[in-house]
Design a protein around this ligand. Structure first.
Ligand SMILES: Cc1cc2nc3c(=O)[nH]c(=O)nc-3n(C[C@H](O)[C@H](O)[C@H](O)COP(=O)(O)O)c2cc1C
Length: 157
C-alpha cells in the first residue's frame, strides 16, 4: 500500500505564555488525534516559540483534506509545504498524532540535525525536518513524566 507523507512548517501564533501554549497544544493534539484516527492519518509535530513542524501521513485524499483544514487555522501562519512524497511505509505508524516542544535540554539533538546548531526549518531539508521531529518527540516520550501543569511538552498516542 502506498501513502502520502506531507511535511510542512509554519509560524507559531500561540503566544508566549508557556501555560497558555501548553493548553492550546493539548487542544490541538486532542482534536488531531480524534480526527486523524477517523481518517487513518498518523504523524508527529514539534513546536518551539517560533515554529511548528508537522508530518502527516496516510491516504492522499484524507491527508490533503487535513492539510487544507490545518493551513486555515489561525493558531499558526505562513505555512510552507516542505515536501509531499509517496511512500510505501509510514514513519509514524503508532501515533495518530504525537507532539512535543523543543526544550532547551534538547540542544544536542538540535545541534545534530541543524547546520549551525540553531533550529531554523527554512534551512533544513525535508528529510532532516522529519528526522528532528521524530527525535524530539521520542526524546520527550522517554522522559520521566512531569505533572501536566508544569510540562511544556506534549505527547499523545
Ligand atoms: C499546528 C497545528 C496542527 C494541527 N494538526 C491537526 C491534525 O493533524 N489533524 C487535525 O484534524 N487537525 C489538526 N489541527 C487542527 C485543525 O486546524 C482544526 O482545528 C481541526 O481539525 C478542526 O477539527 P474539528 O472540526 O473536529 O473541531 C492542527 C492545528 C494546528 C494549529
Amino acid at each position: 500500500m502506498s501513502f502520502l507523507r506531507l511535511v510542512y512548517y509554519s509560524r507559531n501564533r500561540l503566544g508566549s505564555d508557556p501555560d497558555t501554549v501548553a493548553d492550546q497544544m493539548a487542544d490541538i493534539l486532542s482534536a488531531s488525534i480524534a480526527n486523524n484516527r477517523m481518517h487513518g492519518i498518523t504523524g508527529a509535530m514539534m513546536v518551539d516559540e517560533r515554529w511548528f513542524v508537522q508530518v502527516l501521513e496516510g491516504r492522499t485524499g484524507p491527508v490533503t483534506a487535513a492539510y487544507e483544514r490545518i493551513a486555515a487555522d489561525p493558531r499558526h501562519s505562513d505555512i510552507v509545504l516542505a515536501d509531499q512524497t509517496v511512500v510505501d511505509e509510514r514513519r509514524f505508524p503508532y501515533w495518530w498524532m504525537a507532539g512535543a516542544a523543543i526544550e532547551p535540554d534538547m540542544s544536542d539533538l538540535v545541534r545534530r540535525w541543524c547546520e549551525d546548531g540553531e533550529f531554523d526549518p527554512t534551512r533544513m531539508t525535508p528529510r532532516r525536518l522529519v528526522d528532528l521531529t521524530e527525535a524530539v518527540v521520542t526524546a520527550y516520550m522517554s522522559r520521566t513524566p512531569e505533572p501536566p501543569a508544569r510540562s511544556h511538552a506534549f505527547a499523545n498516542a
